[in-house]
Every structure is written in C-alpha cells, then in structure tokens.
Design a protein around this ligand. Structure first.
Ligand SMILES: [Zn+2]
Length: 255
C-alpha cells in the first residue's frame, strides 16, 4: 500500500530530478570541459576580450559579444576545443562541426575547434587576402584578438544551425557529403574524371558557399571591432590582456 509519506517522498524525488533537468538545460551553452588547465588560461583571455564592457557596461566588441550571448542562451550545447594542427600543411584556424547527428537534431550539440598555432602563424600578406577583399588578422598583432576573430566566425556557424531546420540539415549534409566524397577520391583518383563525382563536387562547393558567406561577413564585422582595440592598445605585447583583465572592472578602450 502506498502511504501518504511515501507519496510525499516520491514527490520530493520528482522535484529533485526536475531541478537536475533544469540545471542540465542551463548547462547548455558554451562548454569548456575538454580544455586542460593550461588551455583554460588561454580560453579565459579570449573570454575576457569577448565579454569586455566599457565603464557604462556597454560591450567593447558588440558583434562578438552578441554572438556569444546568443549562443549561451539559444539552447544549443557548444563545446570548445583548442587543438594542434593535424598536419604541417593544415591551414584552417578554426572549424565548427555538428556533433550530435544521431538524435536527428533533437539535442543540438556542436564543437568549435580553434587551432592557435595555425592562427599564430597565419600570413597577413596579400597572398592571404580573400576573393571578397578581406585579409584575415590584418593589423592584429595580439594573439588573443586573432583567436577572437576566428571564434566570431565559428560562433556564426554554430548559430546558423540554431536559426532554422534547413540550415541545420544543410550543415549535417555538407559534413556527410564532404566525407563521402573525400573517401571516394582518396581511394580512386580517377573518380575526379567521373561526371557524377564532378557534379557532386560542384554541389558541395555551392553548399559550402551558402554556409560560409554569413560566417565570413560576421568575421569582417568582428575584425573591425578587434582592430579598434588593437589600435587602442598599441603593439606592446600583453597590452590587450591588461585592458581586459578580470580584475579591471572598467575597460579602458577608447574608440
Ligand atoms: Zn567557416
């Protein structure tokens, strides 16, 4: 027989579980559980740049700040990884990937990977200028500002999959198709001569452009904000870190 006491106890357990679930939902956002203590120090510096506000509480880098806030409150779980490049010729400073495909989008989990060494070594000469005229990291000598620029680009990708089902499907499809095609071409170089494979590559390029354009545009806007900070800080090493250290409540950047 179920006593009143037992019902009360069961109700208490239920409330506890519900609270745990709510906490779990709140844990969604930007998650750093894959970072080592050393990487965490680097990440905190990036975070300080993103979340910096002036003496009136206004974000110093509004675009970067708003991307971050939207990610934190959008119900998506985004894990952060800071990695070494896979090969010597690896040239991408960042990457975003959907991690949880199995749930069919019910629980959206993604990962933003930053490659600090690649970003440190990125050229800012004319050869690196993109076809749209933008030169990544131009005039950004501070490493943390460079990482923040790439983070802005990758956060835009993460937000894309939040914005609509179509974008989410497109991102997942792109990842799967890119992997399949690269496996096919790696196992047989002649596959490149095949008309249907070339058609798929063309379609892949189109899909990639659809996804990349908004991220590249956001990166340009973020770069403008960061370049203003670099100008204010000058070129002295660690000048930016001193501007945005957590102990300082007031940012000293004047734009
Ligand atoms: Zn991109």
């Amino acid at each position: 027989m179920v006593t009143r006491q037992r019902i009360t106890r069961m109700a208490a357990i239920f409330v506890l579980f519900s609270a745990a679930e709510i906490m779990d939902i709140r844990a969604a956002g930007i998650v750093t559980d894959r970072l080592t203590p050393r990487q965490m120090k680097m990440w905190r510096e990036i975070e300080n740049v993103v979340l910096a506000t002036d003496s009136s509480g206004i974000p110093v880098h509004p675009m970067l700040y708003s991307l971050w806030r939207r990610l934190e409150t959008g119900g998506l779980t985004i894990r952060i990884e800071l990695l070494e490049p896979k090969t010597a010729s690896f040239y991408s400073g960042g990457h975003f990937a959907v991690e949880d495909i199995s749930s069919g989008g019910a629980s959206r989990t993604g990962v933003i990977r930053l490659y600090p060494k690649v970003i440190d070594g990125a050229l800012t000469t004319e050869v690196a200028r993109r076809s749209d005229g933008f030169l990544p990291f131009e005039k950004l000598s501070d490493r943390t500002l460079r990482y923040a620029e790439v983070l802005g680009h990758e956060m835009t990708h993460a937000l894309q999959i939040l914005s609509s089902e179509d974008q989410y499907r497109l991102t997942v499809e792109l990842e799967q198709e890119a992997k399949q095609l690269s496996d096919t071409i790696r196992s047989c170089k002649e596959a490149l001569l095949d008309e249907s494979i070339r058609g798929r590559l063309k379609k892949l390029e189109f899909m990639r452009e659809t996804i990349e354009k908004p991220a590249r545009d956001a990166e340009v806007a973020v770069w403008r904000e960061l370049a203003a900070t670099q100008r204010a800080a000058g070129t002295k090493a660690a000048a930016v870190a001193s501007l945005f250290s957590r102990e300082k409540k007031e940012a000293q950047v004047e734009k």
